[in-house]
Design a protein. Structure first.
Ligand code: ATP
Lengths: 360, 239
């Protein structure tokens, strides 16, 4: 291997996407994804057993496709990285077991990495090295987190997170209330583009007292309830539901809080770069408002292309390559899948226990 | 050399065999809840015991169940991925076949029932008969029923009295009184079955024998509240 540009394959199976990506140092060679989202759509959410079965079927074919498209032979790889948590336990195990088998069969090192850290590291293949520190706003169906990231390979500090529903979850639930299909985020985004912001929905955890106790936390369940109530009231009154306006107003409330707190976190922690990631980062209003507010505050905004914001293998490979470049320790072969892995653990399965706890 | 592994019963089991069927190494632990952690290190240990490297392996055999889904998948994806990385074939063996192989290889005659734990008060069952093989390349037994999943009390009366392999009799002694032979799969026996079929050119798919449809009760959103079969609660982590 050439020391400066490790060739790393990354595997991601924490939810309903089987992702395999290959990076060469900081260059993205391929990002192959097989999704079982359509199989889940009829259930209105991700069914773990359905996801796990789909991962098993898709795993080797997706590895094959990634290699073919990148023109890479497995024997050329310098390392294997895999999401070892957090996520659905049974789904994670498929990827972790596959990664171990590759590592063992090829005789290359294994890196079990954190899903959320990978969401941050993916931007390296998109926009170059991460400014250190970077502030990361991760918003997906399972997470809403504000992270202070001095070094994505081993030092990530959680400033705040949702205390109830994740942002994407709120999009999905409100979409259901509005009669839009699952997953609801893209549908709300589209509907909102032709709607007006006519309803002033609540902004969770932004009142004076909440800003003391939950300065960088989020809450979206109250918002979801407010939308449901509003919709019920309309129906009781026998009025047509202005779906586009409700979507626009709801979206505005979510995006307002997310960007306001993210920019505040940057200013207060003296961080000059904000990275937005996770499936909700595909949201057009979130991108626009983040751009506007970052510009006003003199913060550089980095948002990877939508395909790299949702779950994928390239982000895992990108973090794995950084681990190799920074000579971080290799994970042991008894690496477990950790469904509730804390975000402050960037890596798992280390042969020696490392204290990852940082004062906030 | 052939690398064989199975994760469908309480044993995580790995063996290395010569292509002539000779056993070079076998490593087994009884720990059905730690398949993800234990399997790869066991493979590493078995290779070392056989004085082999991954490059010496030319065939992989993997047990296709039936068995608890999560562990079963870990075994199958491990076998498939290892084989893919080395560009060698991967052979699937129904796991009960390995138990029958071990039983009849030890000299037993007649008919045997395999009943393994399917959780939810059910067992996975198969029935095997000793047969006279066409020649020495062929197996000395044949599966006459199964694998299938049932409550032990729903098994036909004449099956329940058969000598029974697997943990079924230990879990349901009232319905399955005749425990004999191995409780769990041995990878050495599984490898033997795979090699016998390989030598006569039989197709050996690695599709898992789930025998049950996925539980798909209304998930809500969520991934956050559901759990997979047999696994611990599986929340999407919230830091
Ligand atoms: N344009 C959009 N606007 C708002 N939300 C969106 C948009 N596109 C996707 N989403 C939401 O993003 C979420 C999916 O995110 P992602 O693909 O990262 O998967 P996830 O499994 O939720 O991620 P993670 O495992 O990282 O929590 C869904 O809740 C979806 O509704």
């Amino acid at each position: 291997m050439s020391e400066s540009t490790p060739l790393v394959l990354g595997i991601e199976t924490s939810c309903d996407e089987t992702g395999v990506g290959i990076v060469h140092g900081t260059e993205l060679l391929v990002d192959a994804v097989a999704s079982s989202v359509e199989e889940h759509a009829r259930f209105g959410g991700v069914v773990p057993e359905v996801a796990s079965r789909a991962h098993l079927e898709a795993m080797v074919p997706t590895i094959e496709r990634a290699c073919r498209e990148a023109g890479v032979a497995l024997a050329d790889l310098d390392g294997i990285a895999v999401t070892s948590g957090p996520g659905l336990a049974g789904a994670l195990m498929v990827g972790v077991a596959s990664a171990k088998a590759l590592s063992l069969a090829l005789g290359v090192p294994l890196y079990g990495v954190n899903h959320l850290a990978s969401h941050v590291a993916v931007d390296i293949v998109e926009h170059g090295p991460l400014p250190e520190p970077t502030m990361a706003l991760l918003v997906s169906g399972g997470h809403s987190s504000l992270l202070l990231v001095p070094d994505v390979t081993h030092d990530i500090r959680s400033l705040g997170a949702s205390i109830d529903d994740a942002a994407g979850e709120a999009f999905d639930k409100v979409a259901r209330v509005l009669g839009l299909p699952f997953p609801g985020g893209p549908h709300i985004d589209r509907a909102a583009q032709v709607g007006q912001i006519t309803i002033d929905f609540p902004r969770g955890l932004t009142s004076g007292r909440d800003m003391e106790r939950h300065r960088f936390d989020f809450s979206f369940s109250g918002l979801k309830t407010a939308v449901s109530r509003w919709v019920e009231q309309q129906q009781r009154d026998g009025r047509d539901l202005p779906v586009a306006d409700v979507a626009a107003s709801f979206q505005e409330a979510v995006v307002d809080v997310l960007t306001r707190k993210a920019v505040l976190a940057c200013t207060e922690h003296d961080v000059a770069a904000l990275q937005v990631g996770g499936g909700v980062a595909a949201n057009s209003r979130l991108r626009a408002m983040a751009q506007e507010r970052c510009e006003a505050a003199g913060i550089a905004l980095r948002v990877p292309r939508p395909g790299l914001c949702t779950d994928n293998g390239a982000m895992v490979a990108s973090l794995g390559a950084q681990m190799m470049l920074k000579a971080r320790p290799v994970s042991a072969l008894d690496l477990p899948a950790d469904s509730s892995m804390p975000v402050t653990d960037v890596q798992s399965g280390l042969p020696v226990t490392v204290d990852h706890d940082h004062p906030h | 050399m052939l690398l064989a592994l199975d994760t469908s019963t309480s044993a995580i089991t790995v063996a290395v065999l010569g292509l002539d069927g000779g056993l070079l190494a076998e490593q087994t632990v009884i720990d059905p809840r730690a398949t993800t952690e234990q399997l790869a290190p066991l493979i590493e240990r078995a290779l070392r015991e056989a004085d082999a490297t991954p490059g010496d392996i030319t065939l992989v055999a993997v047990g296709t169940g039936p068995g608890p889904f999560t562990g079963l998948r870990v075994g199958i994806v491990t076998g498939r991925s290892f084989a893919h990385a080395r560009s060698i074939p991967v052979l699937g063996v129904p796991s009960h076949d390995a138990m029958a192989q071990q039983w009849f290889f030890g000299g037993a005659e007649g008919t045997v029932l395999v009943a393994t734990d399917a959780r939810r008060k059910e067992v996975y069952t198969s029935v095997y008969d000793r047969v006279a093989p066409e020649d020495e390349d062929h197996l000395i037994w044949a599966r006459t029923a199964g694998p299938e999943v049932r409550r032990p009390q729903d098994l036909p009366e004449h099956w329940r009295g058969l000598p029974t392999l697997g943990r079924g009799p230990h879990l349901y002694p009232d319905h399955l009184p005749q425990s004999v032979g191995p409780l769990d799969v041995s990878a050495a026996a599984l490898g033997g079955v795979a090699l016998a079929r390989y030598h006569v050119g039989e197709d050996q798919p690695t599709e898992p024998l789930y025998l049950r449809r996925p539980d798909a009760a209304d998930p809500g959103r969520p991934a956050s509240t559901l759990r997979g079969e047999g696994g611990p609660p599986a929340p999407k982590g919230r830091p």
